[in-house]
Design a protein around this ligand. Structure first.
Ligand code: NAD
Length: 481
């Protein structure tokens, strides 16, 4: 069975403790490879390597850094098919999604930041003939990057690429649930000639490896994407050490549909925003608010289309709904369907585990589920489920839907469907969320800031703001007389 290795100081190495954790293929419910069960010793070694590499990497001309990172981007593109297959096996997502979204976006992340750094400038301020101030942006040092399992390579590279482009060196931990593409990336980094110690990838469990990264005194910056509870724990460890922190956390995103929307476009996009990646995208719209006059029509059409979604093995052609990521996650999602029913909800379709034939019979498949009849403030509508489960609710007035949309502790993303541009802007202005999509979903220009408000996180990633995060400003003032 394949053993994944850590990537420390430019080499693929076994964990210090020589112990491994099972890596499960969720489409079959079977172990298919082994992940290093690393511990603090591995993190200490990785951090020492990153610290030693920092001076050389941060003083490497940005043109050279850029060329190496672009080479990594090309190698990801060159290996798109094998990376996409690896991602789908590790995560359970349909292959077409890994092929068209996850892996191309990982290549784009490297390319965007490799080229962006060439144009990143710092300001100068003149105090007439008295003094000149200029601001240096210096890389912070060793960056700790911790990522989740839902978009494994996409989110891993979204942190690593701007950190490396900025001149930081990195100690990174991918999710232990989906480690494979990060391992393949380490092989591509070696091929691209990334100097040793610049990027170090330590595999293993959050409370062991993640915690050792967050609490290491020589890692002054943490970029984390994952659950809100984990984010709160990380903040409690990192804040007293005065670390720079970026936390991208959970969501419970509203999808607001007005009667005057372009109905067909809305319906086809709502299928995606509800169930893409089995609803395991932090930006999925899990609470769907529909204006009363079109509620019944929407309900019937949405249920009919959802029933037709083909649930299947991730690598099988035509699969629209693959496996959810793990057995425990499947059980959590199904427990929310039960809770919804206890809270008075009616399951309009789905709601159960789907058992496939043959070798996939033990896989973790859930039927896409639509629930109605719940109050906006019940637990099902307030807590993140992170699976193929959405609720639908009618509304009559704009103020009413805004109140319901804004009623959760989260504020990551939202979607608004209307052809009335004034209403679209007015509603977008009032929604508590870091992102509002009007008549679309999941469109991203990498130059724009990304992140949530309230319990969905602090700090912004994306665009040149990521360079601001991975560098520290130093103001230099020269007196002219
Ligand atoms: P998680 O919080 O369980 O794990 C995320 C990462 O943190 C993993 O690598 C894990 O090993 C690590 N970790 C766990 N405990 C840790 C600790 N004590 N110290 C340091 N690291 C620790 O999240 P998950 O289940 O992997 O991912 C799903 C969550 O991520 C959902 O809540 C989802 O909304 C969120 N998410 C948010 C965004 C965003 O951009 N806001 C994007 C994707 C996913």
């Amino acid at each position: 069975m394949e053993k994944i290795k850590n990537y420390i100081n430019g080499e693929l190495v076994e964990p210090a403790g020589k112990t491994y954790i099972d890596n499960i293929d969720p489409s079959r419910g079977k172990v298919y490879s082994l992940i290093p069960d690393s511990d603090e010793r591995d993190v200490l070694e990785a951090t020492a390597a990153a610290k030693a590499a920092f001076k050389g990497w941060s003083n490497t001309p940005k043109e050279t850094r850029s060329r190496i990172l672009q080479k990594i981007s090309f190698l990801i593109e060159e290996n798109l098919e094998s990376l996409a297959i690896a991602e789908s096996i590790d995560n359970g997502k349909p292959l077409h999604l890994s092929r068209s979204v996850d892996i191309p976006r990982a290549a784009a992340n490297f390319n965007f930041y490799a080229t962006g750094i060439l144009h990143y400038a710092a300001p100068a301020h003149s105090m007439e003939d008295t003094a000149i101030n200029y601001t240096l942006r210096q890389p912070v040092g060793v960056a700790g990057c911790i990522s989740p399992w839902n978009l494994p390579l996409y989110l891993f590279t979204w942190k690593i690429a701007p950190a490396l482009a900025s001149g930081c060196t990195v100690v990174a931990k991918p999710s232990e649930v989906t480690p494979m593409t990060a391992y393949l990336l380490s092989q591509l980094c070696i091929k691209a000639g990334l100097p040793k110690g610049v990027l170090n990838i330590v595999h293993g469990l959050g409370p062991k490896v993640g915690n050792a990264i967050v609490s290491h005194k020589d890692i002054p910056l943490i970029s984390f994407t994952g659950g809100t509870k984990t984010g709160a724990h990380i903040a409690s460890v990192a804040a007293p050490m005065f670390k720079k922190l970026s936390l991208e956390l959970g969501g419970k995103n509203p999808n607001i549909i007005f009667a005057d929307c372009d109905y067909d476009k809305m319906l086809s996009t709502t299928m995606l925003s509800s169930f893409a990646n089995q609803g395991q995208i932090c930006l999925c719209g899990s609470r769907i608010f529909v204006e009363k006059s079109i509620y019944e029509k929407f309900k019937n059409d949405f249920v009919e289309k959802t029933k037709k979604l083909s649930i299947g093995a991730p690598l099988q052609d035509g699969t629209k709904i693959g496996a959810v990521v793990s057995k425990s996650h499947m059980e959590k999602i199904l427990s929310y369907v039960e809770l919804a029913q206890q809270e008075g909800g009616k399951v309009l379709c789905g709601g159960k585990r789907k058992v496939l034939d043959g070798e996939f019979a033990e896989g973790y498949y859930i039927e896409p589920t639509i629930i109605e009849g719940l109050k906006y403030d019940c637990r099902t509508n307030q807590e993140e489920i992170f699976g193929p489960v959405v609720t639908i609710m009618p509304f009559e007035k704009e103020e009413e839907v805004l109140m319901m949309a804004n009623s959760t502790i989260y504020g990551l993303a939202s979607t608004v469907w209307t052809q009335d541009i004034t209403k679209a802007h007015r509603v977008a202005n009032e929604i508590h969320a870091g992102i509002v999509w009007i008549n679309c979903w999941l469109l991203r220009d990498l130059r724009t800031p990304f992140g949530g408000v309230k319990s969905s996180g602090v700090g912004r990633e994306g665009g040149f703001e990521a360079f601001d995060f991975f560098t520290e400003p130093k103001n230099i003032c020269i007196k002219l007389k």
